[in-house]
Design a protein around this ligand. Structure first.
Ligand code: SPV
Ligand code: MG
Length: 431
């Protein structure tokens, strides 16, 4: 008896999947792989149903002989273990990022004469509606909020990208690249105070008020499903911070990061060039305690950001503060530096990890941008935040366009650098 393999990456079984099983049955015994949580995540399909349930869902289907776990988006392990005669899939994998997966499967099968069967992808109104439902569910606060904690557990390192609008949110949500056969994408979004202020033409001094910052969160959340990490600056007065925590938690934000500065906050990347005051350990701990006390779910994280290295207070001060903040209930520590080299960041991370095995560590490699995710991961970092790169890439591009229009007295010369009108018209999906 020949064997036919197919892999399901879904929370819901619909007629498209049943059709695949039906078609597969014509060629031999059907083996279905259920993609693991980790692999689903790499594939921008964050599971809303846990693995056991998804496995069970497939086990109960008529025509399925065997159900196995597929731990990676690529089929190497499964194919080398099971040697299926056929791999069957909807023909939608002939285009887009999934093309790389198909190519990988074709290469693996060619080694022993296996074959791919492409069946027409079922894309009717019903399937569209089911797909949309699953996606919409991910955007709901109760799913989105807890997703960051889930990601920290699953991912070697969580990658967050700065966003400041619906459009940049869409970039973080949808950008997916293929690198040596691996698919990669951002896991989370960072709403930076620097960029949220800059796009409004304002300095990063806690001038943009919370109502306006919440408006940005809302714009981003309306069109995305990935978790949001909010830059809460100093958190403001403790009496105000508790309201911020409540609001963020209700909106479905996953984490707020507050920094241990007080008075007129300025951007950390100024360092000691300008006057900045670090908060006392006691006062900042009170703020953390008050925030933790007010939150209503276990999902929401209050992350304490330590400015000791920025303000040149030394490693011991940074570590002392980390101990105190974790003791006060902080769900994670962000350590910041403006050095060109990551040496002091690595030192902090290594020392922190000696004492705290699993408290999440967050790093923002803006000035030490040569550091790779793999290196950070080796030093125990859980979340890397690319804190301002979208804003910084947009500005020079827009400025160049403005200059060129002035220079040539027409728009023809800039056209080559622009997104075609046909593309911008269809960039944003209608409901
Ligand atoms: C931000 O993005 O607003 C930050 C990170 O707080 S930094 O600009 O490096 O201080
Ligand atoms: Mg900031």
């Amino acid at each position: 008896m020949k064997t036919v393999y197919t892999c399901f990456c879904t929370d819901v079984i619909h007629e498209g999947h049943l059709n695949i099983i039906h078609e597969a049955g014509k060629y031999g015994e059907v083996i279905v792989g259920v993609l693991s949580d980790e692999a689903m995540l790499r594939f921008n399909r964050f599971p809303t149903v846990d693995f056991e349930e998804r496995f069970h869902l497939v086990q109960n289907l008529d025509g399925v002989k065997n159900v196995i776990v597929q731990k990676d988006i690529l089929y190497d392990q499964v194919i080398s273990e099971w040697h299926p005669d056929y791999v069957i899939h909807g023909d939608n994998w002939k285009e887009g990022p999934m093309k790389a997966i198909r190519e990988n499967v074709a290469m693996l099968l060619s080694k022993y004469g296996g074959e791919i069967i492409d069946v027409p992808y079922t894309y009717n109104e019903n399937v569209k509606r089911i797909d949309a439902r699953v996606k919409e569910r991910l955007a709901m606060p109760e799913y989105r909020r807890k997703r960051l904690k889930q990601l920290i557990k699953i991912c070697p390192i969580v990658k967050a990208l700065e966003v400041h609008s619906g459009l940049t949110g869409l970039i973080a949500e949808k950008t997916i690249v293929e690198n040596n056969g691996e698919l990669d994408q951002f896991d989370a979004m960072w709403i930076s105070s620097l960029c949220d202020s800059t796009v409004k033409g304002k300095p990063d001094i806690e001038l943009v008020d919370m109502t306006s910052r919440f408006r940005t969160i809302d714009d981003v959340m309306e069109v995305t499903t990935k978790p949001v990490i909010f830059d809460g600056d100093t958190g403001g007065m403790t009496e105000h911070f508790v309201y911020t925590v409540r609001s963020l938690e209700r909106m479905g934000v996953s984490a707020v990061i507050i920094e241990d500065k007080t008075g007129l906050k300025k951007n950390s990347l100024f360092g000691t060039e300008i006057q900045q005051t670090q908060d006392s350990i006691e006062h900042f701990c009170e703020k953390i305690i008050a925030g933790k006390k007010i939150q209503l779910t276990d999902d929401f994280m209050i992350i304490a950001r330590i400015e000791s290295l920025i303000l040149e207070q030394g490693m011991e001060d940074a570590l002392n503060r980390a101990r105190a903040y974790v003791g006060a209930g902080a769900d994670g520590i962000m350590i910041h530096s403006r050095k060109k080299e990551p040496t002091e960041i690595f030192e902090f991370c290594d020392k922190f990890r000696e004492e705290f095995e699993s408290v999440p560590l967050i790093v923002v490699p803006t000035s030490f941008n040569q550091v790779t995710e793999m290196e950070l991961c080796r030093h125990g970092v859980n979340i890397v935040i690319y804190a301002n790169q979208l804003t910084r890439s947009a500005f020079p591009a827009m400025e160049r366009t403005a200059k060129d229009i002035l220079k040539y007295h027409r728009a023809k010369e800039v056209e080559q650098n622009l997104m075609p009108i046909s593309q911008i018209l269809t960039l944003v999906d209608e409901l």
